[in-house]
Design a protein around this ligand. Structure first.
Ligand SMILES: [Zn+2]
Length: 311
């Protein structure tokens, strides 16, 4: 088909071309961002778009309480404009050391480039007993795994937006537009998950660690037991025997783990109780195709539905 171009529309096309060339030549800021976990890096990409370059420290398959820092990550933090952490002691074993080694005042605690997503988040399971804070408990300030709460997307995105506006105020319009678009996507996703949870309410699970605490609460799942006696404390043989004993009259439950905790105690419990093991994404990047925060939540919920509706 031949389209006859009138003089007017040719002018219009030329104008559009020139405008787009002009826009393309405006250098976009390159805000260097280091995020502690890939979930936060994904949200930084959503809000920051082309103005940011983000790297995540933890890998999606790792236990977020125990992350080994590579020298290249210290260099990245040293050069970063923005550092984004979950907080609530989630990364307590490795973030303070990383920030000290990086010696970047701007992204140190209290610096304008430091974003603590735990700020303003109401954690579940905050210990009433202050002595727990001194023990070997990895959740001394309550459950810090709120990245696994389907409700937490808007909170994390807003914290990130605030941080970006502090370090790159010239990008305000751009960031706010991205934030608005992402907020709509989060809203659509939340409605989908709320609908899906109707299929899961009242189903029973056993977990290894309590990282899925917010998710199981959201879905209305009943947690029959925890393989770790305390967060971060591996089970003793006697704890495992007691757990097996307590489950002997239970039917139709599954054992939920993440990649890092899918270990021999989980396999032992599965063998002794005949309950299947369901490995859920612990974070973005924990398995092929788990590339975004919204997508990772979809995979978790779909996997639980597939496993529990079978039981
Ligand atoms: Zn934990």
């Amino acid at each position: 088909m031949v389209v006859k171009t009138t003089r007017g529309s040719a002018k219009g096309i030329l104008y559009a071309l020139l405008t787009s060339l002009l826009l393309a030549s405006i250098p976009l800021a390159e805000v260097r961002v280091v995020a502690t976990i890939p979930d936060l890096a994904d949200i930084v990409r959503e809000v920051g778009g082309d103005r940011v370059k983000v790297t995540a420290i933890a890998k999606g398959t790792e236990n977020v309480h125990e992350v080994r820092i590579r020298p290249s990550q210290i260099i990245a933090t040293d050069r970063a404009d923005l550092f984004v952490q979950m907080g609530l002691s989630l990364e307590h074993a490795w973030v303070p050391g990383l920030l000290t080694a990086a010696r970047n005042q701007d992204v140190s605690v209290g610096g304008k480039g430091f974003v603590n997503c735990g700020e303003g988040w109401e954690a579940l399971d905050v210990p009433a007993d202050a002595s727990r804070k001194r023990g070997a408990d990895l959740h001394p300030n309550g459950n810090p795994h709120f990245n696994l709460d389907p409700h937490s997307g808007p909170h994390m995105a807003r914290k990130i937006l605030e941080g970006l506006l502090r370090v790159d105020p010239d990008g305000r319009e751009y960031y706010e537009a991205n934030f608005a678009t992402y907020s709509k996507a989060l809203d659509v996703a939340l409605k989908r998950w709320e609908k899906q949870r109707e299929r899961l309410k009242g189903h029973k699970i056993v977990v290894y660690h309590t990282e899925f605490r917010y998710l199981t609460k959201f879905l209305g799942l009943e947690v029959l037991g925890t393989i770790e006696p305390k967060p971060g404390v591996p089970p003793t043989p006697s704890h495992l025997i007691k757990l097996i004993e307590s489950l002997k009259d239970q039917r139709g439950f599954v054992i939920v783990t993440a990649a890092w905790s899918n270990n021999r105690q989980v396999a032992e419990l599965s063998r002794r109780t005949s309950a299947p093991v369901v490995e859920l994404p612990g974070m973005v990047g924990s398995a092929a195709g788990v590339d975004t925060w919204i997508g990772s939540m979809d995979v978790r919920i779909n996997k639980l539905i597939a496993a529990l509706e079978k039981e």
